[in-house]
Design a protein around this ligand. Structure first.
Ligand SMILES: Cc1ncc(COP(=O)(O)O)c(C=O)c1O
Length: 411
């Protein structure tokens, strides 16, 4: 088995010219002028495409790549990605409409989420996307609404597997969970279900997210294939698709290393050989942040600089209200710094200072960078937070304290 590539949390995915970071070939002053805003998210399509290429180089061609729109639903980005991935996973009616209007064929759009409202179930049936059903009542509602509408609902079961993702990362399967139907209960349902009332597609086995341990992901894949085979064996009709989850993480913090996709791909290749039932149907991996997180930055301006009892604070026009995940309040237990740099002093090591960068909110949680060594940070400079292409504006409390919302651009 090959060794993981030891690349640290990255700040080298963008071009730098004359000390300026370039996103899609444009420096921050130019983006600021284009947007008429001095705080923004900027995404580089080439970096997204490079991540997608990495996936395709390592993962067997048989396995399709779907993008989980929740990671970054900025419409121009989603529209661009439509031609680079083979499907979209959506988690709300709004995301569903975005996916449908992107031109992605509806057969390649799936709708998952633990508490779908009746209107969402009806909307999904009318749109013709695959409903990833997460409870027995949701299934009966889908059948009932399908009956009323005269449309067969397209159904896949979201399975709460009995196994748990090993190692770190966000676990979303195993034990009691709000997601999906427990595998043991599903095994009772499958043999007796009235398949005439639905268009049955298959299974969605999602076990977690943000995992950087290839061994843990391979272990989850081994268990997922075994579980899928058991479910297929119990299903008296044909199974068209199995979504084997996602979970590929990206390095956010110092000391974290990039996931090595090569052994994951080799293991999947072996599994497809071991389980012909899966080698002959559609198999999907669905990824969010792995595809987009490294392609985005959050840029704000340093607007004040002050010293409090010997410690230097940079005040900025950006903050937690735009970027909750960077503040450490979106899934982290202890806050760690994202990679941060002064975007107009990229190649310089001069006058490094230990500083804390904060936003305008009246809470100590509004910290963009805590005690970080930054190059000669001055009022008017650009503070750039890397790894910001996923779970940014739409995962942040933008109305908190009434400051302006943030703008986005993709190039
Ligand atoms: C069902 C499902 N799919 C995909 C994702 C995307 O996760 P990530 O962005 O870590 O790839 C999530 C995350 O919560 C999820 O719940």
């Amino acid at each position: 088995m090959s060794k993981p590539t030891p690349v640290h949390a990255t700040m080298n995915q963008f071009e730098v010219r004359d000390n300026q970071i370039l996103i899609g070939g444009k420096d921050l002053d130019t983006l600021c002028a284009m947007l008429d805003k001095s705080v923004f998210y900027a995404y580089d399509k080439n970096v997204v495409k490079a991540q997608i290429d990495l996936f395709h180089q390592a993962i067997p061609k048989h396995i399709k790549l779907h993008y989980a729109i929740k990671a970054n639903p900025y419409p121009p980005l989603v529209n661009a990605m439509k031609d680079w991935v083979e499907g979209f996973d959506v988690a709300s009616q709004k995301e569903m409409l975005l996916a449908v209007q992107s031109g992605m064929p509806v057969k390649d759009i799936s709708f998952a989420g633990p508490s779908k409202q009746e209107s969402e179930i009806k909307a999904a049936i009318c749109a013709g996307v695959t409903l990833h059903v997460e409870s027995e009542l949701e299934l009966s509602r889908a059948i009932e609404f399908g009956d009323e509408l005269g449309i067969l609902p397209i159904i896949a079961f979201r399975v709460n597997p009995a196994f748990e993702l090993k190692a770190s990362g966000m676990k979303m399967g195993g034990g009691p969970k709000q997601f999906g139907i427990d595998e043991e209960r599903l095994m009772e349902i499958l043999p007796v279900l009235d398949y005439e009332k639905i268009q049955f597609r298959g299974f969605h086995i999602y076990w977690g997210s943000q995992n950087l341990k290839q061994e843990a992901i391979m272990d989850a894949h081994n268990k997922t294939f075994a579980l899928a085979q058991r479910l297929i064996d119990l299903t008296p009709t044909s199974v068209e698709t199995v979504n084997i989850g996602g979970g590929f993480g990206i390095p956010y913090f110092a000391g974290e290393t990039r996931l090595d996709l090569k052994p994951i791909g080799e293991n999947l290749h072996t599994l497809l050989g071991q389980y012909p039932a899966l080698a002959n149907i559609e198999v999907i991996i669905e990824l969010g942040r792995f595809l987009v997180a490294e392609a985005g930055i959050y840029a704000s301006k340093i607007t004040d600089k002050k010293v409090s009892r010997g410690h230097t604070y940079l005040m900025t026009n950006g903050g937690l209200h735009h970027h909750l995940s960077n503040s450490g309040n979106f899934g982290q237990v202890i806050r760690k710094n994202y990679p941060v740099a002064i975007g107009n002093k990229m190649n310089s090591e001069a006058n490094k200072e230990s500083v804390t960068a904060v936003g305008p909110l009246c809470t100590p949680l509004d910290t963009l960078a805590d005690k970080m060594m930054l190059t000669d940070p001055q009022i008017g400079d650009w503070l750039v937070i890397f790894q910001s292409g996923a779970y940014g504006p739409t995962a942040s409390p933008q109305d908190f304290l009434g400051h302006p919302h943030v703008v986005e651009i993709v190039l």
